[in-house]
Design a binder for this molecule. Structure first.
Ligand SMILES: [Zn+2]
Length: 92
């Protein structure tokens, strides 16, 4: 995903912006923009994941996640109010 801005004139987007039929549960706008939640931490895959079960921390403070099912997080952003709708979709 990539943004490109011109100094003057309208913003031109270089990627095909996926807009869904998902409705914003905050303001009711239909057609919110699909995206995902980035994880830019060291050694990350670049995206955040949903992990089943309550958060438990190990001795070093990190989250225990061995053996837990994990799913991709799809994040839909409302262009009207900025609200995010998060969906944990397919296993990753
Ligand atoms: Zn909204």
């Amino acid at each position: 995903m990539q943004f490109e801005y011109r100094a003057h004139g309208p913003v031109r987007r270089t990627y095909n912006r996926p807009v869904s039929e998902v409705k914003c549960t905050y303001c009711g706008t239909i057609g919110i923009e699909q995206g995902f939640v980035e994880d830019s931490g060291d050694g990350s895959r670049g995206y955040a994941r949903w992990i089943a079960g309550p958060l438990e921390r190990g001795l070093l403070g990190g989250a225990k996640r061995m053996g837990r099912p994990r799913r991709q997080i799809d994040a839909y952003r409302c262009p009207n109010c900025g609200h995010l709708e998060l969906f944990a979709t397919q296993p990753v």
